[in-house]
Design a protein around this ligand. Structure first.
Ligand SMILES: NC(=O)c1ccc[n+]([C@@H]2O[C@H](COP(=O)([O-])OP(=O)(O)OC[C@H]3O[C@@H](n4cnc5c(N)ncnc54)[C@H](O)[C@@H]3O)[C@@H](O)[C@H]2O)c1
Length: 364
């Protein structure tokens, strides 16, 4: 697998409010990195199904409490994702908070990764990390200098590399399943997709959908991605207007929070299926989509290919065919979530959460 993911260049400080209700996390470690001086948070939401697995985010935050809020929210989401994916894995996440206005050079980033490794090691195996926004396979190799509880190292260092191929394959399978539920045929040929974000996952998806004969409209905040649009014969739209394009499926593959009430009111598609994490700006957006008759395939089910890959491929002697079948199976899970929401008159979010909770309860 090619290692292409350079650490992201954070432009703005992320901000999220701390929840007012008490967290239901098993453990949350907040520590100051001895080498880097940075605030490091490791949130272990649940180990009910097994060791918690979730990525390490290296990102700018206005205040350290914003990073804490992010870690609490993201680790909880990992519990749902791993359970819905049928993994014997709990949910966790780590966040390294870069203060707004600070730029980390390579040496400081290296120090931060060593500090993260120490923090993870102190949890005695409750949590395993991997790459996420702002980190990479190469940086996971640095974490590995301090702990065994890390996966997704570069293949040349004996790791399984980055999971974007698997994530994209899972999203593709989810799109086919959703087409089947919405249109009665899962053939993407001639269907019109709007892909927002042509990064690691969105770029691969654009290629696989184009190869399957789909019509594409694409966008990215990075102008350089126009080259891929041209190569694939895809139409280009301004990022601010992507949600206004009349099409069959809207495919969010950029950052989270893209589905606001305003965006959903303007959408002119039959379905939304994409890789982006935490697509809903707020919970009520799921009901809004249901009211508008737009079928939303829940993100934490759709984008589980990466975590399935990291979990399955990291086991020595992993069988490629079995792994492919697991990732392909994400489509079946999506179809069953959409059917169960339709049968019960609930949102697809509630149906996916129900599936995850059933698996969590079975693991008690
Ligand atoms: N990489 C994985 O295996 C994986 C796994 C699970 C979930 N995800 C999620 O999928 C999404 C994409 O991941 P990725 O690895 O492809 O990231 P990436 O950083 O490689 O690509 C994201 C792309 O989206 C673009 N973008 C960001 N904001 C945008 C906006 N407002 N409008 C248009 N384009 C925008 C960026 O310029 C970039 O090209 C993220 O939300 C990530 O959390 C990724």
């Amino acid at each position: 697998m090619t290692i292409t993911h350079a650490p992201a260049t954070p432009a703005t400080g992320a901000s999220a409010a701390l929840p007012t209700e008490a967290p239901d996390h098993e453990r949350v470690l907040i520590t100051r990195g001895a080498r880097s001086g940075l605030t490091i948070i490791v949130a272990v939401h649940s180990t009910r199904l097994g060791q918690a697995l979730g990525g390490a985010r290296l990102w700018h935050y206005g205040q350290w409490t914003d990073a804490l809020a992010d870690a609490l929210r993201l680790s909880q989401a990992m519990t749902m994702k791993n359970a819905a994916a049928g993994l014997a894995r709990g949910g966790g996440k780590s966040v390294i908070a870069i203060p707004a206005g600070t730029k980390l050079d390579a040496a400081a980033t290296h120090d931060a990764m060593l500090d993260l490794g120490d923090a993870i090691e102190s949890l005695g195996g409750a949590y395993m990390t991997a790459e996420d926004v702002g980190t990479s396979a190469e940086l996971m190799a640095v974490v590995h200098e301090r702990t065994e509880h890390v996966c997704g190292l570069p293949p040349e260092q004996g790791g399984v590399g980055e999971p974007a191929d698997a994530t994209a394959a899972g999203v593709h399978a989810s799109i086919l399943a959703t087409l089947g539920e919405v249109f009665g045929s899962n053939d993407p040929a001639g269907r019109h997709f709007v892909i927002v974000g042509l990064g690691q996952v969105g770029g691969r998806l654009a290629r696989s959908l184009a190869a399957a004969g789909a019509r594409l409209t694409v966008t990215d905040v990075a102008e350089g991605k126009r080259a891929l649009a041209d190569e694939l014969g895809a139409a280009w739209v301004d990022p601010a207007e992507a949600h206004l394009v009349e099409a069959d499926v809207f495919v969010p593959c950029g950052l989270g929070g893209v589905l606001t009430p305003e965006v959903v009111r303007d959408l002119r598609v039959a379905a939304v299926v994409g890789a982006a994490n935490n697509q809903l700006a707020s919970r009520d957006v799921a009901a809004l989509m249901q009211e508008r008759g737009i079928v939303w395939a829940p993100d934490f089910v759709v984008n589980a290919g990466g975590v399935i890959y990291l979990d399955v491929a990291s086991v020595p002697g992993a069988d490629q065919a079995a792994l492919d079948a697991r990732i392909e199976g994400i489509g079946d899970t999506v179809a069953s979530v959409l059917r169960s929401a339709r049968a019960d008159g609930t949102t697809t979010l509630e149906a996916a959460e129900r599936l995850a909770r059933t698996r969590l309860d079975a693991g008690r």
